[in-house]
Design a protein around this ligand. Sequence first.
Ligand SMILES: [Zn+2]
Length: 333
Amino acid sequence: MPGFESIIDQKRPIRILTTCLRDGNIPHALLFTGISGIGKRTTARLFSKACNCEALSSAVSRKRIDGIPCCRCRSCRKIKSGNHPDIIHIEPSGNIIKIAQIRDLCHTLSMKPYEAETRVVTISEAQNLNLEAGNALLKVLEEPPEHTIIILTALNTANLLPTVVSRCQEIRFGPISRKNLMKLLHDERGTETEVARIIAAMANGSISKAMAMSDDQWINQRNWLIHELETLESRTIRGVMAFAEQLSSNKDKLPDVLEVILIWLRDRWMVRMDPENIINIDRIDGVQSNYGNVPPSSLLSKITAVQRAQMKLQTHTNLRLMLENLMLHLVKT
Ligand SMILES: [Zn+2]
C-alpha cells in the first residue's frame, strides 16, 4: 500500500509533514485547510501511520527521512482497518460537531494512550464545531495531553475560532491540477478523454467532486442542461419561467447547475479569444453558431449574473425568484 507519494499535488504539505517526522519535531496541533476532496483526511491517516509505524520507529533515522509508513506492521494494519484504539476520528454529527463529542474526546484524552507511540485525533470539517464545542476543544489545545497530536481539517480558517486557529500550525492544501484530475478519471473510472476534460474543468480541483461527476447521471444531466440553454432564447417567457421553476426544485443540484451555466457562457467568450481552451469541446458547433452576434458586454453581464447567483446560493435566498431573474438575464440580448 502506498505512502505519502500517493497524495496528488500536495508537495508542500507533504514536505512540511515529512520534515516534522524526520526532525522528530511534530506540533501538538495541526490544521489542514483547503477545499473538500483534495486529500486532507487521507494525509492525516497516513501521517498517523507514519507517527506509529513500528518499522519506522525501530529503523535507523535515515529511513524516517521519507516518513513513509511500512503499511505492513501491526500498527499500520490496525490503522488501515480503523481498529486502532488510539487513532481517533471525529466528524460532524448531522451538520455540527457537538459539545458531547468533544467532552467524550476530553475524557479519552485524560487517560494514557492504550498502545500507540503517538495518539492521533483527527477532527474533520472543524468549521462545523459549534461555539461550545470549539471552546471545549480550545482547553485541550491550551493544555495538550502528552503523546497526542490533534489534526483539524477545515475548508479555511474563516469559520473557526481565532483562538483555536492560533493554537494550531496551519498547513494549506491546494486544488488538484486539471491534468491530474483527468489522469485519475481515466485510470480509475475509464472516463473518455473528452468527458474527462470537461469534468476536470468543472470539478474546481476536487477529486471527490470529479469522481462524483464521472457517473453517467451527471453527464446526462449536463447534456440535458446545455441543450435547454441552447434553446432558451427560442422559448416564450412562460417557457423560460417554467425552466427556472424546474431548476429551483432541486436545491442540492444547483451549485452544479450554475457551474455548468458559467462554463457554457465562458466558452462563448473563449470562442472569440482563445478557442483552444473551450471546455465543452463536444458542443463546439453550438458554441460557435449560437453566440456569434452577442456583444461582449452582454456576455460579460450574463457571466456576472451567474456569479452573483452563485454567491446568493450561500444565503437563504428565494431560489425560484433568483433563477427566474437569472434566466431572464440570459435570454436578454
Ligand atoms: Zn508500519
